[in-house]
Design a protein around this ligand. Structure first.
Ligand code: ADP
Ligand code: MG
Length: 334
């Protein structure tokens, strides 16, 4: 399904963000600049950013509308630095008529990426080009980016997305089911919408699972089938990204044992993978620094902090490290 305004269901949880995005799409650089959408995962930020891009491209076919996740911005930056093509890199973005950068939170702690982004941002802003950003946290939480963007941000608009209420979840479910040719009885729709509450991605995934299950087993989608598939889905979600899973994945990647990764041995062949694993724990789990330290044989939180800072630096300066992390992230949280 396309990420367009037509396909976006509006409810009280996203009304403001939707209106702001629509205003920007209809009057680029005249309504709100920059526009920042924020809210946790799966609430429609990417959908709205893409909808803005889509509409502006349609109304202004000759404009250069650049959409990209902050992660890609960083990867391109690293490549440009590596191949000494910084001019081309900067040129590419400065020629944009509209720049949409998704998932800005990814820049947290990545100084060089923030630096390059600020240059791009300022150049475009001064040229009165529309900028749209998204983040899973309020931008003031992405220090120091926020400090340096602050004066610019106040000229723009921040709009947040909240988890949808039951009525909106039902409407979204209805829309998605229709788009995929899935027939849901009102009772089944109610069952799904009342169980899956936190975000829209999950709602979609559960719907898809239920439909797949029903078609594989040539059964009708009734309440008991939906109930069973939901149970399964919840059981699997329990196996979210955890420190042991990260350790296992990193160990497998480097051909090491989990115990080696957790040990206090300091061979070079162990130190780097261990630091990578710590870094990913920091990024992908909610574990605190001392908790991460405990997963790695009771290391001190300052050791963990040092490891994370080191890998963050390497990710921005060493293309092979950037690629490695990209791969590992894809494996862990596809
Ligand atoms: P985010 O970028 O905030 O993590 P996405 O924009 O990727 O979330 O949305 C996740 C999924 O949920 C997408 O498939 C998107 O189409 C869908 N979605 C989110 N909000 C809505 C909505 N209000 N109406 C229709 N679909 C939605
Ligand atoms: Mg997104």
């Amino acid at each position: 399904m396309d990420y367009t305004f037509t396909n976006f269901v509006v409810g009280s949880s996203n009304q403001f963000a939707h209106a702001a995005a629509l205003a920007v799409a209809n009057l680029p650089a005249e309504a709100y600049n920059p526009l920042i959408l924020y809210g946790s995962t799966g609430l429609g930020k990417t959908h709205l950013l893409q909808a803005v891009a889509h509409r502006i491209r349609r109304h202004h076919p000759t404009w250069r509308v650049v959409y990209l996740p902050a992660e890609s911005f960083m990867r391109e930056l690293v490549q440009a630095l590596h191949h000494e093509r910084m001019d081309a890199f900067q040129e590419r973005y400065r020629q944009a008529d509209v720049l949409l950068v998704d998932d800005l939170q990814f820049m947290a702690g990545r100084e060089r990426t923030q630096e390059a982004f600020l240059h791009t941002f300022n150049a475009l802003y001064e040229a009165k080009k529309q900028i749209v950003l998204s983040s899973d946290k309020p931008p003031q939480d992405i220090a120091p980016l926020a400090t340096r963007l602050r004066s610019r941000l106040t000229a723009g608009l921040m709009a947040d997305l909240q988890p949808p209420d039951l009525e909106t979840r039902l409407a979204i479910l209805d829309r998605k089911a229709f788009a995929h040719g899935i027939v849901l009885s009102p009772r089944v729709a109610m069952l799904i919408a009342s169980r899956v509450r936190t975000n829209v991605s999950e709602l979609e995934q559960c719907l898809a699972r239920i439909a797949t299950y029903a078609s594989l087993h040539t059964q009708n989608i009734d309440e008991s089938l939906a109930e069973m598939v939901l149970q399964q889905a919840f059981a699997e979600r329990e196996q979210a990204v955890t420190a042991p899973r990260i350790q296992q994945t990193v160990a497998a990647h480097f051909g090491l044992k989990m115990s080696e990764l957790r040990s206090k041995q300091r061979q070079r062949t162990l130190v780097f993978p261990r630091q990578v694993a710590m870094y990913l724990c920091r990024e992908l789990t909610d574990a605190s620094l001392p908790e991460i330290g405990r997963h790695f044989g009771g290391r001190d939180h300052t050791t963990v902090l040092h490891s994370c800072a080191k890998i963050a630096r390497m990710e921005e300066t060493d293309e092979s490290v950037a690629r490695l992390l990209w791969q590992l992230r894809r494996t862990l949280a596809p």
